[in-house]
Design a protein around this ligand. Structure first.
Ligand SMILES: [Zn+2]
Length: 271
């Protein structure tokens, strides 16, 4: 599943290339998770002024309105100078004066939704409940610690919920908790201020490094299709059940939390 770093690298890979492009045509394949919300023809003639990211949404700002794009479980974007024939899993093409933006999404949990503005009801429905951006200054210790104090669920579930800080998916939550030395099952409300600071720093560190690793492979990225996650960091614990911890050698443990696999080192993450 594409996580925040992959979405950010996708943004970096195409933002400069598509900015200023005029929409010439739109092709829609099979239905995605949500409908576009306006007739595709109404987009023709509009200009893409830039691409931003909010959580795992890409926001394509138009000279009138914006498109919110989510990659869902299996989506990937490509941007090619010329239009190529659509394959079975290509469900949205935005043909522009600069090239064609194509969404390939075999499982079709992704979506492209039009909104009149960022504060409009259709955008607020998708963006309104998102927590702060982990790589922004808004992800500060005081509000983060105060938020943890109010939540009695396991800290990993609180990270995944996305309302305190957005975009920390399953892989990065396990990795950040390992770096911070916090047991994933610990109640969020029991985390002290110094440990909250460790966790905040670890979340930023693991996401920023993943963006940096992905960014370094940008040259290949324009050709990549359906290979999200290929630039993942060397994991400390994720997907390493039974293997020795890279710090202390204790076998990494795997448990289920809310239907998702969690990995941790019982020795480095005692509580
Ligand atoms: Zn260990």
């Amino acid at each position: 599943m594409p996580e925040l770093p992959e979405v950010e690298v996708t943004r970096l890979s195409l933002a400069d290339r598509i900015a200023g492009a005029r929409i010439e045509s739109v092709r829609i394949g099979k239905p995605l998770r949500w409908p576009l919300g306006l007739h595709a023809k109404q987009l023709v003639g509009r200009t893409v002024s830039g691409v931003r990211r909010r959580g795992k949404y890409l926001l394509f700002d138009l000279d009138e309105g914006l498109l919110l794009l989510h990659l869902g479980m299996s989506g990937s974007l490509s941007f090619a100078p010329a239009a190529a024939q659509a394959g079975a899993h290509d469900h949205f093409d935005l043909v522009t004066s600069r090239g064609m933006l194509r969404l390939n999404d075999p499982r079709r949990f992704g979506a492209v939704v039009y909104a009149a503005g960022e504060d409009s009801p259709e955008a607020a429905k998708l963006l309104g409940r998102l927590g702060v951006e982990p790589l922004s200054d808004a992800f500060a210790l005081e509000p983060f610690h105060a938020g943890l104090k109010q939540r009695h669920a396991a800290v990993k579930q609180v990270l995944l919920a996305g309302d305190l800080v957005v975009g920390v998916g399953n892989i990065y939550a396990s990795e950040a908790l390992f770096l911070a030395g916090i047991r994933p099952t610990l109640r969020a409300s029991r985390i002290s201020r110094p440990r909250a600071e460790k966790l905040r720093a670890a979340v930023r560190d693991v996401l920023a490094r993943a963006v940096a690793v992905g960014g370094s492979t940008l040259r290949d990225f324009s050709n990549a299709q359906g290979e999200s996650g290929y630039f993942q960091l060397q994991a400390m614990v994720y997907d390493r059940a039974g293997e020795p911890c890279r710090i202390c050698g204790t076998p990494v443990k795997s448990i289920r939390q809310g239907q998702r696999a969690t990995y941790f080192c019982p020795n480095c993450q005692k509580s």
